[in-house]
Design a binder for this molecule. Structure first.
Ligand code: SAH
Ligand code: DHB
Ligand code: MG
Length: 244
């Protein structure tokens, strides 16, 4: 089925995603620099863009920049005075990303911060930034639970949080799969199952990147909860080991 999925992706791209020299050169420069080719597909990039526009997002947070392909899709949805902050572990990736953002004319709207996101996120929260309107989580998968918790803490009611790669060829439904990324996603869904702060779903996708999916979560207005469950759980998950 893989060939069929790729064929359909290419067909839909030919109809829905106009040729774009900036995105094409961003991909070429990332590929040329030896970065892994694991960016979102063009249709997925368009999805992120449409979502950001629909939310009228002015402040976007991304975790996992790579060569800034998804960053460009998202940042182009911002108004002039909008801002996107993207967190990236590897200095080399950040360097390629910044060059691509400069070529895209987005340097004034986008900041790439280098470091492990589990350090960058608490540091960011300590700055007490204005809440983000849209968050895209797409870094390493094992700490997704912790990334998501920080994302909620950096949100306002109505913020949408998107998490990439939550289905992974269906492996997510296999409790016995030992891959850390699969275990990470299962731990994330266990945590979501009790998280009263959000309402969440998964949009599964098939295409050139295989069978995968996005979790899409809407941050709810806090409600008085006599058992205080949502908050206690969240604190427990933040303080738990990130490397499980
Ligand atoms: N969002 C990008 C793809 C990101 S790939 C796109 O669609 O175009 C995942 C990225 O997360 C890689 O660049 C990787 O270096 C980065 N990453 C891995 N572990 C990380 C960590 N602990 N903190 C921040 N970024 C991390
Ligand atoms: C991988 C990571 C991603 O974020 C992705 O979208 C696809 C693949 C990976 O690490 O293999
Ligand atoms: Mg991804």
């Amino acid at each position: 089925m893989g060939d069929r999925w790729t064929e359909v992706d290419r067909y839909l791209e030919s109809r829905l995603v106009p040729p774009d020299p900036v995105l094409t050169s961003a991909l070429a420069s990332a590929g040329g620099a030896g970065l892994p080719e694991i960016q979102v597909s063009p249709l997925q990039g368009q999805f992120l863009h449409v979502l950001a526009r629909a939310l009228r997002a002015r402040r976007i947070l991304e975790v996992g920049t790579l060569g800034a392909y998804s960053t460009i899709w998202l940042a182009r949805a911002l108004p002039r005075n909008g801002r996107l902050l993207s967190l990236e572990l590897r200095p080399r990736h950040a360097e390629v990303a910044r060059a691509n953002l400069a070529r895209a004319g987005l340097s004034d709207r986008v900041e790439v911060r280098v470091g492990p996101a589990l350090e960058s996120l608490p540091r960011l929260a300590a700055e007490r930034p204005k809440p983000f309107d849209l968050v895209f989580l797409d870094a390493d998968k094992p700490p997704t639970t912790e990334y998501f918790d920080w994302a909620v803490r950096l949100s306002h009611p109505g913020t949408v949080i998107v998490v990439d790669n939550v289905v992974r060829d269906g492996k997510v439904a296999d409790a016995s799969n030992p891959e850390p990324s699969v275990q990470g996603m299962r731990r994330f869904f266990d945590s979501l199952a009790n998280d009263r702060r959000v309402r969440a779903t998964v949009v599964a996708t098939v295409g050139a990147k295989g069978y995968d999916g996005f979790a899409v979560a809407y941050v709810e207005r806090p409600t008085a909860d006599p058992r205080g469950r949502g908050r206690r759980r969240a604190r427990a998950s933040r303080e738990g080991s990130a490397s499980r």
